[in-house]
Write a protein that binds this ligand. Structure first.
Ligand code: LLP
Length: 404
């Protein structure tokens, strides 16, 4: 995304033109950036060619998942809905892994019938349930066990998953117990150790620690894991000058690990694949003056982009047309929803805006649309994919009569 003749453009298409043609609020994705992200991700780890399973939860748009599948990725799913969506997008079941602490019998049944690569179990009760269902079907099901490595991911506490107080995975003691349990089972085969310590991780050290923990546990277990699923979590730069994850060091640590353990590595990245490919285009409805600041009331709200309200996340906000007149007052960008947390960002030095101007919230490709809701009975935004000179509507704006 860049300014061409003062007009903010996504792959040479002006934001202004997109808004004119498709209305606002609209999510807009860049195919070029998607392709670059996937190629970069693969290149970072090319020495051991991992199986890369895109975390569907970060963006559930079927047409986008199709493009991701065509670029060679599998899928990481956490519900029957996500599994159905991955299959609908044509993802090969042998490239699908299923995570999550609360898979129901119906979901397990479906996953077994679809012959996916692995069900990554997160508790003894779940393993017993998978075994019961597999036995009924007279099948042998390949599973993983998610280990909780008790590693601090050094990220927001709301998106940390690898500490022992988190609900995810099992601790070392139960992990060993479960290995022994699966050895005696005729209907489940333990093929994978999985971990996922959190999201938006920018420091490679938690990953190194996690690998050390796994290394020790595997040695102690004496079990041969065909797969090691390292989860996702690779962070992106939401703000300029934030540090970047050092992929070289993460790659080195994995290579060191692989010298001792001959397993196939699986990754489950979401944000690092789609985070920076997406922008949310929105229009200023009103500007409401307050003595200390002006409220810029947008037509996008927390139902469209939940991350600021949920995590205090900040998304870089840019005007669609650039000029040099600065506003004298602080701007608070808000949505029309009846909640005080329906607020995107507060900026001191923004260019002067007027009603009907367009603004863009950047890096909203991951956990933007997928976390959206119909709160306040607001229809969901449209989604557009820019691919070369083509602009495709990959999801139509929801209509009110679909809601009423
Ligand atoms: N694998 C598992 C088991 C996960 O739970 C997650 C994310 C991922 C992979 C993908 O993580 P990523 O590469 O995208 O960091 N809504 C939050 C993020 C929650 C992440 C939940 N799990 C946000 O908007 O920041």
């Amino acid at each position: 995304m860049k300014y061409i003749n003062k007009k903010l453009s996504i792959e040479k298409i002006k934001v202004e033109d997109i808004a004119k043609k498709f209305g606002t609020p609209t999510y807009c994705y860049s195919y070029k950036r998607l392709k670059d992200n996937i190629n970069n991700f693969k290149n970072n780890f090319k020495s051991f060619s991992p199986l890369v399973c895109f975390a569907i939860k970060s963006n559930t748009n079927v047409n986008l998942i199709k493009e991701i599948r065509k670029l060679g990725l599998g899928a990481d799913v956490v519900s029957m809905g996500e599994l159905m969506m991955a299959l609908k997008a044509g993802v090969n079941p042998k490239k699908i892994v299923f995570s999550g602490v609360g898979k129901t019998a119906k979901e397990i049944n479906y996953a077994i019938d679809k012959k996916i690569l692995l069900i990554n179990a997160e508790s003894k009760s779940e393993i017993i349930e998978i075994e019961r269902i597999a036995k009924n079907k007279r099948k042998v099901v390949d599973i993983g066990i998610r280990l909780n490595p008790n590693t601090d991911a050094k990220t927001l506490k709301q998106i940390s998953t690898g500490k022992k107080e988190n609900k995810f995975g099992v601790d070392e003691k139960i992990f060993f117990e479960l290995i022994n349990y699966t050895k005696l089972s005729k209907n489940i085969k333990l093929k994978c150790l999985s971990v996922h310590i959190g999201s938006q991780i920018l420091d490679h050290q938690p990953y190194e620690k996690m690998l050390n923990v796994i290394d020790k546990i595997i040695k102690k277990s004496n079990h041969n894991f065909e797969f090691i699923d390292l989860g996702g979590g690779m962070g992106i730069s939401y703000e300029e000058n934030t540090k970047k994850l050092n992929y070289k060091k993460y790659n080195l640590a994995i290579n060191k690990f692989l010298k001792k353990h001959k397993s196939k590595i699986i990754f489950e990245p979401g944000r690092s694949i789609v985070g920076d490919i997406g922008s949310l285009i929105s229009q200023v409805i009103y500007i409401k003056q307050n003595d200390k600041k002006d409220f810029i009331i947008l037509d996008a709200a927390m139902n469209d982009l939940m991350r600021p309200a949920l995590y205090g996340a900040n998304h870089k906000t840019l005007p669609a047309t650039k000029h040099s007149r600065l506003s004298k007052k602080t701007y608070e960008f808000v949505g029309p929803i009846c909640e005080s947390t329906d607020k995107f960002t507060t900026l001191k030095k923004f260019q002067k805006l007027k009603e009907k101007d367009l603004v863009v919230m950047c890096d909203t490709g991951a956990y933007g649309m997928s976390l959206s809701s119909n709160y306040n009975l607001r229809p969901k935004a449209a989604e557009i994919l820019i691919k070369g000179t083509k602009i495709n509507v990959i999801k139509k704006r929801q209509k009110l009569d679909q809601l009423i």
